[in-house]
Design a protein around this ligand. Structure first.
Ligand code: ACO
Length: 427
């Protein structure tokens, strides 16, 4: 039994239980803090706040460890597929052969969009960002399948498969619309990732035959992005879900949170940065100096992480995967060389060493996506497809836990009471 935490406040002593996780993480349960003391906690950016208990993903940021349902990310990236990993995250165990086959069939049966949904794409301008389209379209799916709104857990398997399957159809259709090509329908003969490649790259007179190495790389990218415990977008999904919002509405909000450049949008920002350095022939020493200068407003994109204070294990896998896929596709990308040199320069520099800033998952993922032929504005969309199983798993976990609505408090710093002044009497 762990000793309770003791707090001295206003001359009084209070005790709060200590919760111990399965990896020996310790947390002080302050859920009764306000009712016992009248105080709340203030934790800018939630760096010290556990918002829930969760059994899905474990991260040890100091040691650079990431596990889904207890299984190391390195093993999943090497041996698993995205569909199998999705099952693992959502249902907690590796699927049996029969479960995996049934889930794959379910994904296939949901791969089409309602014809009415395809017409929505005509309403977006060609320059519309695919993340905006993705978020809007995920929400729109529920209009065509109203049973989604009921949050009936008897239909959860079906809803989860519907979302996971349709998200790649929507993503590919958004891409095709943006480049003015006809939308390509999915084909049931393909597995999850091959089908995505087909919808992205087939044209009416030439069907894309997905290269198995590219499909493997895509599987790896999706697996590595599939969950990352209480990050900004997952916390958003959980926050929205806590109000009772349906799975599609909650995950649509997750897409919006992921879009930002400090989160999933960083993969596109990394490529923009590398391109900028390459095109303008910027000396890397000068660039690193600029990044260290707080007045420049520039960060080294793809570096640093709230949780990892060591090399992000996903970046390690992707760095090796980038070498492999570029070699296989015979792509000689100068941006990969710049990325490697930039990493080397940063890792030697005391600014980065002192702050424990290492490459994160976004540093190398864009180089692989570019080699596969994906445009930069689709990078974060791919992140969203990959993250979908994690969001679905967290939505389910919240539902199973019958969690309360999430509603943080604040320390108010505005005006004290004052009177309304009529407009003609204001100075
Ligand atoms: N480049 C330069 N300096 C950085 C960087 C960076 N990429 N990241 C952090 N720092 C510095 C900060 O300026 C700060 O310095 P100071 O202590 O002298 O003030 C210190 O390191 C700590 O940084 P914080 O911003 O407090 O760290 P936080 O945990 O809030 O932010 C974040 C983490 C947002 C990921 C940050 O490292 C960052 O902006 N990185 C670049 C964007 C990026 O790659 N995002 C993807 C993250 S992974 C993901 O979401 C999938």
């Amino acid at each position: 039994m762990t000793e309770p935490a003791k707090l001295q406040l206003d001359g009084k002593s209070f005790e709060f239980p200590v919760i111990v996780g399965s990896e020996d993480e310790h947390a002080i349960d302050i859920s009764a803090l306000r009712s016992k003391t009248g105080y709340i906690t203030l934790d800018d950016g939630y760096g010290n706040t556990g918002s829930c208990e969760s059994a899905i993903t474990f991260i040890d940021g100091e040691k650079g460890i990431l596990r889904y349902r207890g299984i190391p990310i390195e093993q999943l990236a090497e041996h698993s597929t995205f569909v199998e990993t999705a099952w693992l995250l959502i249902w907690g165990e590796l699927p049996t052969k029969a479960q995996l086959a049934r889930f794959s069939d379910l994904l296939t049966s949901h791969e089409m969009l309602h014809e009415g949904l395809y017409r929505h794409f005509d309403g977006f301008p060609p320059s519309g960002h695919p993340m905006a389209i993705l978020s809007a379209m995920i929400n729109a799916v529920s209009c065509y399948h109203p049973d989604i709104l009921l949050n009936d857990m008897h239909n959860f398997d079906d809803s989860a498969a519907r979302l996971l399957s349709k998200v790649r159809t929507i993503a590919a259709a958004a891409f095709k619309t943006s480049i003015g090509q006809p939308i390509v329908y999915p084909k049931p003969k393909f597995d999850y990732c091959s089908n995505f490649m087909h919808m992205m790259f087939s044209i009416p007179f030439k069907e894309c035959e997905p290269d198995p190495d590219v499909v493997r790389a895509l599987n790896q990218i999706f697996i590595l992005h599939a969950d990352h415990e209480q990050n900004c977008s997952t916390s958003t999904v959980r926050m929205v879900a806590s109000s009772g919002a349906n799975l599609f509405a909650s995950c649509s909000a997750g897409v919006c949170a992921l879009w930002g450049p400090l989160h999933g949008g960083a993969n596109a920002a990394v490529l923009d940065m590398l391109e900028h350095i390459h095109v303008n022939k910027i000396d890397l020493k000068d660039y690193v100096a600029k990044v260290k200068d707080k007045t420049s407003g520039i960060r080294l994109m793809g570096f640093g992480h709230r949780v990892y204070k060591n090399y992000d294990p996903r970046a390690k896998i992707l760095k090796a995967a980038a070498d492999k896929i570029l070699d296989k596709l015979k792509v000689n990308d100068p941006l990969l060389a710049i990325a490697r040199q930039l990493e080397e320069a940063a890792l030697k520099d005391s600014y980065f060493k002192d702050r424990n800033l290492y490459p994160n998952v976004d540093f190398y993922s864009g180089i692989i996506m570019r080699a596969i032929g994906l445009p930069v504005n689709m990078f974060t969309v791919l992140f969203a497809i990959g993250r979908m199983p994690g969001w679905i798993a967290h939505w389910k976990e919240m539902h199973d836990q019958k969690s309360r609505i999430q509603r943080p408090r604040q320390v108010y710093t505005g005006y004290q009471p004052r009177d309304y002044v009529a407009v003609d009497k204001r100075g």
